[in-house]
Ligand binder design. Structure first.
Ligand code: ATP
Length: 561
């Protein structure tokens, strides 16, 4: 079978952009998948949703927008004025690349045409290019690719590089398409993806081994699972109501989530982003080896930095532990980390994901040995819950988690089963643009445009701007960081790739006509940078809409009553 030309994937992207209807999107995707050779399936599936590697894979492209622009300049002869005009008109970097090459290409497209696998291998080579002189080598590799790319292919390449596909195909839709292409039950595909965390490999199994193959998919030790996530609740009464009174409350510790895999003496620890952080937490590794009561386990918990008295320290301190791949003995001694377990996903050969929360907790109690568990209660009254939440607050913790007693563990899902209750509501938003400051902030990008992700379309929509919350050195650092992510400029505004996630405090969510999102934050200010979060994990427009509506449980709406 001849290799599939890359242009087919690029054309598919164009077709996907033309519709927002779920059925049409899945049909287009399924047809495409059915035409591929087995070895093409994993890269094709990932590239279509803007990924090159599975999430647990440590490799990353690390290609700056500047490098892309340099390559495009090499292939075109547009005057600065024309370039500026194209960047102004284009909705994103991918479109700009397509328009530039279509209108101002200075050399013919080099043969032979790119194939899908070649593009994937080129991306692998780019990710593996590191160290001294890597920027130049990366640009050379990119130039080699773009020389052979048609304008739509170049658009797709740029979209993958910037992880901004904008065609509304998210993981959920891709799962449906895989099920349709393989003629298997969507639930099986979804489950395999939860266990493996790699749509590419799931597609390969579904399309080559069908339903039987999918049924045999099992959780694998040392292959991290996506964490189960929580929705926000505004108060305990809401949590009681949503869980019908059948809930446990746990302290919500402000540390870093860790997923610990153990097989005998082998222990690996994964972060919330599925990165391997074993080297940063030698003390936790030692504790697990010595104190965990079972030989084979996948357990989850929060690693918390504490002071000499064992009181929790702000999150920034913990980040210092993660800054190095291998923590130095001094840092380990200076910033002790405590592990508090809260879930068990696998114990001695048994997968517990489908067990109700309460059974998993009991299994965890039995297996944890000397390792601490988070404090928790099963409150029988609201007052008892409130007393527990107040104790969490007094002891310096972030809030509480309210977990439905009968809920299974659903990897990667932000469902209703876990609710988080923080003392202040904050949102994690993405900086998509910034304005040059004036006066004291002259020379810095200081007014940040904060965006939420529309989970339906994947677009980032602005909900507010702020210049509050950063110190002067932080402004300077942020300016450098944003300039490296620059995509275009208009007036005094610099538009950037959506990558920097910040935690934002605010007083109220208002309806807005000014923003396309329809919502605006009142008195937004930055609480901290969320280095541990990717833009796709920022709070969604859907969450904001939900919070907006919830406000009216406590106050009146204008124009009503
Ligand atoms: P946040 O910004 O609130 O940490 P998040 O998007 O990282 O949110 P969520 O699932 O929304 O993750 O909130 C739960 C987070 O709180 C977990 O990721 C975990 O790091 C942390 N956490 C602290 N204590 C607990 C607990 N007892 N159970 C579950 N998660 C806990």
């Amino acid at each position: 079978m001849p290799e599939t030309p890359f242009v087919q994937l690029a054309e598919l992207g164009q077709q996907l952009e033309q519709t927002s209807k779920r059925l049409e999107l899945t049909a287009l995707l399924a047809d495409f998948l059915q035409g591929l050779a087995p070895e093409e399936l994993p890269p094709a599936v990932r590239l279509t949703i803007g990924q090159v590697f599975p999430e647990w894979d440590e490799r990353a492209l690390n290609i700056s927008w500047r490098a892309v622009q340099t390559v495009l300049r090499n292939l075109t002869d547009a005057s600065p004025a024309i370039q500026e005009e194209i960047y102004r008109q284009a909705v994103d970097g991918g479109e700009a690349a397509r328009m530039l090459l279509e209108q101002t290409r200075s050399q013919p497209i080099e043969p032979p045409p790119l194939t899908l696998l070649e593009v994937f291998h080129a991306f692998e080579a780019l990710a593996e290019t590191a160290g001294k002189g890597s920027q130049t080598r990366k640009e050379a590799l990119l130039l080699g690719l773009f020389r052979r790319a048609t304008p739509v292919e170049a658009k797709t390449l740029v979209k993958v590089i910037s992880q901004e596909m904008r065609h509304g195909v998210n993981e959920g839709l891709m799962l449906e398409a895989i099920a349709r292409a393989a003629r298997v039950k969507p639930r099986l595909v979804q489950r395999a993806n939860q266990l493996w965390g790699d749509l590419g490999e799931v597609a390969l199994t579904a399309l080559t081994r069908g339903e039987n193959g999918l049924k045999q998919v099992e959780l694998r030790l040392f292959r991290p699972l996506k964490p189960m996530l929580a929705q926000t609740a505004t108060d305990l009464a809401e949590a009681f109501e949503r869980h019908g009174g059948h809930l446990a409350l746990e302290y919500k510790l402000d540390g870093a989530r860790v997923q610990i895999h153990r097989q005998g003496d082998q222990v690996r620890i994964y972060s919330r982003q599925l990165a391997d952080v074993t080297g940063s937490l030698p003390d936790v590794v030692a504790e697990v080896k010595e104190a965990l009561g079972v030989e084979e386990a996948i357990v989850e918990g929060e690693a918390l930095a504490v002071d000499q008295q064992g009181r929790p320290l702000p999150f920034q301190h913990l980040m210092r532990r993660f800054r190095r791949k291998h923590a130095l003995a001094e840092t380990v001694a200076e910033i002790p980390v405590q592990l508090h377990l809260f879930d068990a996903l696998y114990l001695n050969g048994k997968t517990l994901l489908d067990f109700p929360y309460q059974d998993r907790w009991q299994a965890l109690e039995a297996a944890a040995g000397q390792v601490k568990r988070v404090r928790r209660v099963i409150p029988t009254t609201l007052a008892e819950g409130q007393a527990f939440a107040e104790a969490a607050f007094r002891e310096g913790h972030e809030g509480v988690m309210a977990k439905a007693l009968d809920s299974p563990y659903t990897p990667g899902v932000r469902g209703k089963a876990w609710l988080k209750l923080k003392h202040v509501v904050t949102l994690d938003l993405v900086i998509v643009a910034a304005d040059w400051g004036y006066g004291r902030r002259h020379g810095w990008l200081s007014n940040y445009h904060l965006a939420t992700r529309d989970a339906d379309t994947g677009r980032y929509l602005v909900v507010g701007k702020t210049f509050k919350g950063l110190t002067d050195p932080e402004f300077e650092a942020m300016t450098r960081r944003l300039l490296a992510l620059e995509q275009s400029r208009r007036g005094s505004t610099v538009f950037v790739q959506p990558q920097v996630v910040v935690e934002v405090l605010f007083n109220e969510i208002q309806a807005s006509r000014q923003y396309e999102s329809g919502l605006a934050l009142r008195f937004a200010r930055i609480a901290c940078l969320r280095e541990d979060k990717l833009a796709v994990e920022a709070d969604t427009l859907q969450t904001l809409r939900q919070l907006y509506e919830q406000q009216f449980d406590y106050k009146g709406r204008r124009g009503e009553g």
